[in-house]
Design a protein around this ligand. Structure first.
Ligand SMILES: Cc1ncc(COP(=O)(O)O)c(C=O)c1O
Length: 354
């Protein structure tokens, strides 16, 4: 076993590389609340161009980007359609309801959904019903195990939204992974949407930062909401420089994270009693129905790998740029051994109590 733990709880655990730190140290800065920070403005232009939209706004987190989008598109008493387990519904502290007075209707099962499934949950216009206003898609989908949302479905859902006059928001925290896995450019993936949130702090390895991207008038309103939520930062250019560095240097290498996740899945899947869905990007959900997730987490830690529980019998393994290529085979074997340890422990305990 290695002296150091390999941390695969999330792709957010990466530390800025030497090159990124140098870019941060050299960044020109100003006061971004006055819109005076040249590095922030340059990043916003760069990310808007990359996504083929007119404007972008740098914000501290992906959660803030999603919630600003909801505030821009919906009002109190409105409803937003999303897939099950959507980050903006599941992991953002109820912010859509708490801040925007907006509730969710969930389409389909497991995170991805079709236009037909979205159509089933649209509310008919009536004064006594919530108004459906927005459809939000997550690509890749975190809780669904990094699944890529099929672009054919995205286009059909966008056509449905257009027919009803709904807005479309993409939670593209991992749009970079979706792009590499699908072969579609970030601009192609973003085209059917009014707003897109993207993160620099996940697979791209920046320490902080996200952006909301869209039309100029929406981003002008987003600027007001960013300030309202306390997200107006001052000399944020040091952070924007890290994000620009990440965009330029860390997108193409995401294929390595996907290959590492595939090898881990292939290796752990050989243990009987384990179920792993198809792995499309850098997230591996491992279901072991007979073992509590905490026991799997502890067994993996004892073998030198940190992972997280994401359900009563499910753990999540996420690959990222701080997992060295040479450590991947060893890590995959350690995780398979940890699952075997946890299964053996459960069966030894049930033997004792029988
Ligand atoms: C799909 C998705 N959207 C949004 C976020 C929110 O990002 P942040 O942690 O920067 O708020 C995450 C974080 O993991 C995510 O996985």
């Amino acid at each position: 076993m290695r002296a150091m733990l390999v941390d695969l709880r999330s792709d957010t655990v990466t530390k800025p590389s030497a090159g990124m730190r140098a870019a941060m140290a050299g960044a020109e800065v100003g006061d971004d609340v006055y819109r005076d920070d040249p590095s922030v403005l340059a990043l916003e232009e760069e990310v808007a161009a990359l996504l083929g939209k007119p404007a972008a706004l740098f914000v501290p987190t992906g959660s803030m980007a999603n919630q600003i989008a909801i505030l821009c598109h919906a009002e109190r008493g409105d409803e937003l359609i999303a897939g099950e387990g959507a980050h903006c519904a599941f992991y953002e502290v109820g912010a859509a309801a708490a801040l925007g007075g907006v509730q969710f209707a969930f389409a389909g099962k497991g995170g991805l959904f079709t236009a037909e499934e979205a159509a089933e949950v649209i509310k008919a216009p009536a004064y006594y019903l919530p108004r459906t206003r927005l459809i939000a898609i997550e690509n890749t989908h975190n809780r669904a195990g990094g699944r890529v949302f099929p672009q054919k479905d995205v286009l059909e859902i966008a056509a449905l939204a257009q027919k009803h006059g709904f807005k479309m928001h993409l939670d593209g925290a991992r749009i970079w992974n979706a792009s590499v896995a699908s072969g579609l450019s970030p601009a192609d993936l973003a085209a059917p949407f009014d707003t897109i949130s993207v993160c620099f702090s996940k697979g791209l390895g920046a320490p902080v930062g996200s952006a909301l991207v869209g039309a100029r008038d929406v981003i002008d309103r987003a600027l007001r909401f960013r300030k309202m939520l306390g997200g107006g930062m001052r000399q944020a250019g040091v952070l924007a420089a890290a994000a620009s560095y990440a965009l330029r240097n860390h997108r193409e290498r995401l294929v390595e994270d996907h290959a590492a996740a595939a090898l881990i899945a292939e290796t752990v899947r050989t243990v009987s009693g384990v179920h792993i869905d198809a792995v499309e990007t850098n997230i591996v959900n491992v279901d072991v129905p007979s073992v509590p997730a905490e026991a799997l987490v502890n067994a993996a830690k004892a073998r030198g790998v940190l992972i997280g529980a994401s359900g009563p019998h499910r753990v999540r393994i996420v690959t990222h740029l701080d997992l060295a290529k040479d450590d991947v085979p060893w890590t995959a074997q350690a995780l398979a051994a940890a699952v075997r340890d946890a299964l053996a422990d459960v069966s030894a305990r049930s033997g004792k109590t029988a």
